[in-house]
Design a protein around this ligand. Sequence first.
Ligand SMILES: Cc1ncc(COP(=O)(O)O)c(C=O)c1O
Length: 392
Amino acid sequence: MSGGGGGSPAAPSPALSGRGARIAGAAPGLLDEGFALYLADPFDRERNPEGVLNLGTSENTLCFDLIEERVSAAAAAAAYGYLIPAPYYGGINSKTWLYGELQPVHVPLFSEVRFWLFVYFCEVMFWLFGIRVRALILINPHNPLGDIYPAQLLKECLDFAHRYELHVIMDEIYMLSVYDDITFTSVLSLESLPDPERTHFMWGFSKDFGMCGIRVGVLHTTNHEIQKAVNQLAVFHSCPGPVQHVLSQFLKDRDWMDNVFFPTNKKRLKEAQKLLVDGLADIGVPVLKSSGGLYVWADFRKFLKSQTFEAELKLWQKLLDKKLLISPGKAFCCYEPGWFRLVFSNSVDKIYLCIKRLEEVLHTNDAEPVPNNASSLTKHSEQDHYLSLLLK
Ligand SMILES: Cc1ncc(COP(=O)(O)O)c(C=O)c1O
């Protein structure tokens, strides 16, 4: 174990790392300055004839009419780290490394406390870790657990982060895919935030609107320095104007959203989730109770030859050989072998086929079923127990 992860410094430190500040503070080029002037006062033949006439930007407006018609017809540095409860969506590792050279500092969650997060766990990992933790990333609704953070837990996490001057990145990409009758609390809906300058929200169209291909996401932050830094990084990721136009038209129809899309989507998610959960129960696979997201977190421990990640991967390979692709817990940095994520947002026939193929593999599996503690999937709060789990 290494020494303390930081502690509460006496004087508040700046909200951005040195690297972030350099990116945010990069001097705009001459062209950027000129373009900013144009944006502030753009020429328009009717509405602003005295405005700045832009003959500086290299774009072709000659065939806008033809294109418009066509389109509308179709339509921190290496030493820094972030705390993240594990298991978690593995894509976060590669992206935070790629953009920020950041290291994850896992907050391991265990089935003994039904993978529940207690803020105390974050505190323990913060102090155990030597690398400089600068952020806490939370996924809500959680991927892969399908859990939803109650408002109280959310507030405790934000208070904890504030105490140690950590940024909080709330990934709420499944926020509208909640199918249980449970209250979902978005960080944006809280009346006040302990540290608004370090609290950031992310969402995208991929999941809630089934539009993975549209590649449009949202970052909401009131921190202007971060906005500036992200704008610098986003030059090659801008959202094309026609896509923005189509999506803003789409979002305008609140009536259709509220009365048609969301209720139907919720009903279909609930039905599909039940179908998969019931099918899994029939073949002896328990799942963690979930309320949001497009998947369930299923317990295959008793089908492993040994309680190891090698055995988990062997089972995964057997399923692949049977032409069934589900995701092993290892891919989510889970600390216990034997858990798999299964996506249910699919048609009835595919869910049945999934159960059939699973049954064929599991029942011909030569593994001696190992007893597991699936019965202990109940939430309890013996926080000190956490240390003994970590040290096991
Ligand atoms: C929690 C979470 N965040 C972000 C993403 C990224 O989504 P996309 O790249 O499709 O917008 C995913 C995709 O699976 C996810 O599960």
